[in-house]
Design a protein around this ligand. Sequence first.
Ligand code: NAD
Length: 341
Amino acid sequence: MHILVTGGAGYIGSHVVKQLLEDTDNTVTILDNLSTGHDETIKSLEDIFTDNKRGNRSFNFIQADLADFVNIDKIFSENDFDALIHFAASIVVPESVENPLKYYMNNTVNTTNIINMCVKHGVAKMIFSSTAAVYGDAKEIPVKETTAKAPINPYGWSKLMSEQVITDTCNAHDNFDAVILRYFNVAGADTQNRIGQSFPNATHLIKVAAQTALGSRDKMSLFGEDYETKDGTCERDYIHVDDLASAHLKALVYLEKEDKVSPDIFNVGYGHGFSVAEVINTMKEVSGVDFQVDKEPRRMGDPAILISDNSKTKKVLHWEPKFDDIKLICQTALAWEKSIS
Ligand SMILES: NC(=O)c1ccc[n+]([C@@H]2O[C@H](COP(=O)([O-])OP(=O)(O)OC[C@H]3O[C@@H](n4cnc5c(N)ncnc54)[C@H](O)[C@@H]3O)[C@@H](O)[C@H]2O)c1
C-alpha cells in the first residue's frame, strides 16, 4: 500500500512511520507543515528507511499545509494513495480555549477537507487520531467506547466533530472505511532514542517532569492533592508511544477485513493508571534528581481519573501492548529529553 501520513514529522506520527518502515512493506508519504514537527525527525526517519530498505517501496516527505486546499488536491492527484493516517492537528488544550477558531480550522475544517479529498480521489481507508478528551469528565471509569461523549474544551470538540464527519462519510460512501483511535495519555520515546517528542512547549506531565529533572525547567507544578483518588492527585492512563503506534498497524490490517465495522472506534490505553504523584516520583527515581515540585490548587477542567477500557481494542484489533511499564516510559522520555536539550 501507499500510505499518506499527515503529521508524520510530529511525535506520534513519527513513531507510526518508524514502525511502518521497520515492520511492513508499505510505501510511506509524510505530509507535514513542520509547525510543531521537525526536519530532524524526517532525517531520522530517512535513516530508518535506509536501514530497512527492501523491495521497491519508497519514503517521501512533502512539506505542505493542510489548509492549502488547492495544493492538497494537487498532491492527491499526483499520488496514488491507498490509505490515509491522519495525525496533523493542533493539540494544546489551554490554547484551544483561548483560540478556539484555530482548533476548529486546523482540526475540524482541515480534516473535513482531507476526507473530501479521499472520497474524490478514491482513497478508501483512513485511520484518525482522536482523543480521550472527547469523553470530557467521563461518566464511567474505566471509559468504554460507548461512554457518553461530552468534551469540556474546544480541542475535544474539534476532534469529536471530526469523528462525526468521518462517521457520516463512511455511512454515505461504501468505498470509504475508517478506524477512529481514541488515545489516552501518550508518553515515552523510541527505545533506541532515535525519535521522541521534540515540541519544546509540550504540556504533557512526563515530558515536563523530564525537563525539570534535567534542569531545563527550575521546577514544576502539581495541580490538586484533594481529588478522590488513591493519593489525592489525578490519575491517568499513560501509554508508551510505541504501543500506541502498533495499534495503528493493527488498525490497517483490520481495515483490510471483509467483516469490519466502519467506522469503528477503539480506545487505546493500558486500562490502568498512575497518579501524578506516582509519575513524578518515578521520574525522580529514574533520573536520580530530587527536583522541586510546587503544590498548586486544582486546575479547571481536570477530571480526577481518566482510564481506558481497552478490552475491545485487544479483542477486535488483536492488539497487545509491550511497554506497559511506567519506569520504562519515564526512562525513554528522559533519555530523549537529554538528547535534545
Ligand atoms: N500527544 C498526545 O498525548 C495525544 C493524545 C490524544 C490524541 N492526540 C492526537 O494525536 C495526533 C498527533 O499528536 P502529536 O502529539 O504527535 O502532536 P505533534 O504536534 O507532535 O504532531 C502534529 C503534527 O502535525 C503537523 N501539522 C499540524 N497542523 C498541520 C497542518 N495544518 N498541515 C500540515 N501539518 C500540520 C505538525 O507540524 C506536527 O508535525 C493529533 O491529532 C492529536 O490530537 C495526541
